[in-house]
Design a protein around this ligand. Structure first.
Ligand SMILES: Cc1cc2nc3c(=O)[nH]c(=O)nc-3n(C[C@H](O)[C@H](O)[C@H](O)COP(=O)(O)O)c2cc1C
Length: 165
């Protein structure tokens, strides 16, 4: 028997993940972004990562067809940033954060723990989501900052950094 939707959600929420905002530009070059925890490394050589986006994502085509996107890995201080990009209100999320422009022209969120700028490598169907594989062009990170963690349906913080920071 196939797993129930509730059991599936419950079991997936047991897997602790970081939280990212995937950012890009729409066709008018406005910054767009969405909160994403479905992020994974794929390959070291070539350097590939993937993200999964709901087929109902408002700007989906800009992420799949735009040619480039960035993954901003959020710090433990950025729960409000995650909420701004997950629960859009009247004020556009990019008016609630400060950001700079990366080498590929993508918006990079200030204060993020790391940013990964990618060119789009492949797009695959994945049920009610789409899997976007990115070929990493630029990777930047801040040492000694804790990541934002999402587990059990809540934001959590780890209090202890590894020695590598
Ligand atoms: C912690 C967290 C993780 C999320 N992860 C994903 C994800 O991996 N993929 C996804 O499509 N939506 C994810 N969402 C939901 C989207 O951020 C949310 O549906 C967003 O409003 C969609 O953007 P849109 O308004 O541009 O369609 C997540 C939300 C939260 C709070």
């Amino acid at each position: 028997m196939i797993v129930s939707a509730d059991d599936f959600r419950q079991v997936l929420s047991r897997f602790a993940s970081g939280v990212t905002v995937v950012s890009a530009r729409d066709t008018a070059k406005n910054p767009i972004g969405v909160t994403v925890s479905a992020f994974s490394s794929v390959s070291l050589d070539p350097p590939l990562i993937l993200i999964c986006l709901d087929n109902a994502t408002f700007n989906l085509q800009n992420y799949t067809d735009g040619g480039a996107f960035a993954v901003n890995i959020l710090s433990s201080e950025q729960g409000d940033v995650s909420n701004a990009f997950a629960f859009p209100g009247p004020l556009p999320p990019f008016e609630q954060v400060t950001y700079s422009e990366g080498e590929l022209g993508l918006p990079l969120i200030d204060g993020a723990l790391a940013s990964i700028q990618c060119k789009t490598h492949a797009v695959h169907p994945g049920g009610d989501h789409v899997i976007i594989v990115g070929l990493v062009q630029h990777a930047k990170w801040q040492p000694h900052i804790n990541p934002l963690i999402y587990a059990g349906g809540q934001y959590r913080a780890i209090t202890e950094l590894g020695t590598e920071g």
